[in-house]
Design a protein around this ligand. Structure first.
Ligand code: AMP
Length: 397
């Protein structure tokens, strides 16, 4: 079975064509700047790369261009579009409607539209991507895989906020959590690497990238996570503020005469390690600046490491203990110094980092010492393969 995995952003489309007989990635690529003057497609196959620069006014044209590339005589990997058995779409918000991946039909589309209210920046492009595929390959089944779904097992005591109950009942104000597909992949993969059923492990997965979230996965189920109603909550991130006292919002808006849109941009785009350092949202730049003596860059890093460590403690308490801590995503997989700084002081939990083993980037690796009672691993995430696996499973039923 051949599955096309599609991840649509507001002006981008990432794709992978996966042969699910052996999980081989046949081709992958990225369409950038959809609807903008300098739009382009970067297509990769068999170790080769092709860049197509042309006008790509909307997502439907982008999907057509991707399908043309996949079936092209030169850079293609399949003869015709008929070779594609199913399409799996990443969808950011599935609300309370979707606790698992689902085959897309008209009813599901209506529910997705409803969920857009919770993720006005993310869900509409996901829906546009689904519609674009429906228009071009109408007979190919499509599946939605939700970032929020894995967290639907959280109990009310973890997902409710201390606000009037009606806000939950009427407006759906609650913790949803994000990066669910990544958390689910890493939990399954670390269990596989350890040779222990996931149902026997209490895992804290630290997905640390430009956006960061931690999840407490107790015996295979998520019981708590650090992101909330939106992906703005939890640890401070590249440009997002993470958890702050909610009273700051109204206070800053009043003092500086900011609109809701401006305040939203301040918290989502101008805060986090960028806002603290004034240098960059990129952790490599921060490391460079800090090593040259930039105090604010060092402060941003210290805050990030401290907050992640503090949240590990909170999630360990939530699970009444922890067996495994995993690190994934850009910083989690590659940030050797970041992992070392986060783990400094976790010994009280029984988690001891092995400096030599920690000198690793981007591959499944044990990084704790032999006498560490809590095992620690680097596990590179692979959200695309989860989307492809769910798609195969649902379409095969
Ligand atoms: P992601 O959102 O998962 O793509 O992660 C992006 C983040 O990973 C950026 O802040 C990068 O600076 C960071 N990153 C990538 N490589 C490294 C590295 N070698 N050391 C530290 N951070 C890294």
């Amino acid at each position: 079975m051949i599955v096309l995995v599609v991840n649509c952003g507001s002006s981008s489309l990432k794709y992978q064509l996966v042969n699910m007989d052996n999980e081989e990635v046949m081709a992958k690529g990225l369409v950038e700047k959809i609807g903008l003057p300098d739009s382009q497609l970067t297509h990769k196959w068999n170790g080769q790369k092709k860049v197509v620069q042309q006008s790509i006014p909307d997502h439907q044209v982008a999907v057509k261009l991707v399908l043309d590339s996949l079936t092209d005589a030169g850079c293609g990997v399949i003869k015709t579009m008929d070779a594609i058995d199913a399409v799996g779409h990443r969808v950011v918000h599935g609300g309370e409607e979707f606790a698992c991946s689902t085959l897309i039909n008209d009813e599901v589309m209506a529910a997705l539209e409803k969920c857009s209210a919770y993720a006005p920046l993310h869900n509409p492009p996901n829906i546009i991507g689904i519609n674009a595929c429906k228009a071009i390959i109408p007979n190919v089944p499509q599946v939605g895989v939700f970032d929020t779904a894995f967290h639907q097992t959280m109990p009310p005591k973890a997902f409710m906020y201390g606000l009037p109950y009606e806000l939950y009942k009427e407006d759906g104000i609650r913790r949803y959590g994000f990066h669910g597909t990544s958390h689910r992949y890493v939990a399954g993969q670390v269990a596989k690497v350890m040779g222990v059923p996931v149902e026997k492990l209490r895992i804290i997965n630290c997905h640390l990238g430009n956006g960061s979230s931690l999840a407490a996965i107790k015996y295979g189920k998520c019981i708590d996570t650090t992101m909330g109603f939106t992906p703005l909550a939890g640890v401070l991130m590249g440009t997002r503020c993470g958890d702050i006292d909610p009273a700051i919002v109204t206070s800053v808006m009043e003092k500086h005469g900011l609109s809701t849109k401006e305040m939203d941009a301040l918290m989502n785009k101008k805060s986090g390690v960028l806002g603290i350092s004034g240098v960059s949202s990129d952790f490599r730049d921060l490391g460079d600046a800090a090593s040259k003596g930039n105090e604010r860059a060092q402060l941003a890093l210290d805050m990030f490491h401290y907050q992640v460590r503090k949240l590990i403690g909170a999630l360990a308490a939530a699970m009444e203990g922890v067996d495994v801590i995993t690190f994934t995503a850009g910083v989690g997989e590659n940030g050797i110094d970041d992992r070392a700084a986060i783990c400094q002081g976790l010994e009280y939990l029984g988690a001891k980092l092995d400096a030599e083993r920690n000198d690793v980037r981007g591959k499944d690796t044990l990084i704790s010492t032999d006498d560490s009672t809590v095992k620690m691993y680097v596990i590179p995430t692979d959200e695309e393969i989860m989307i492809a696996r769910d798609t195969k499973e649902l379409v095969s039923k």
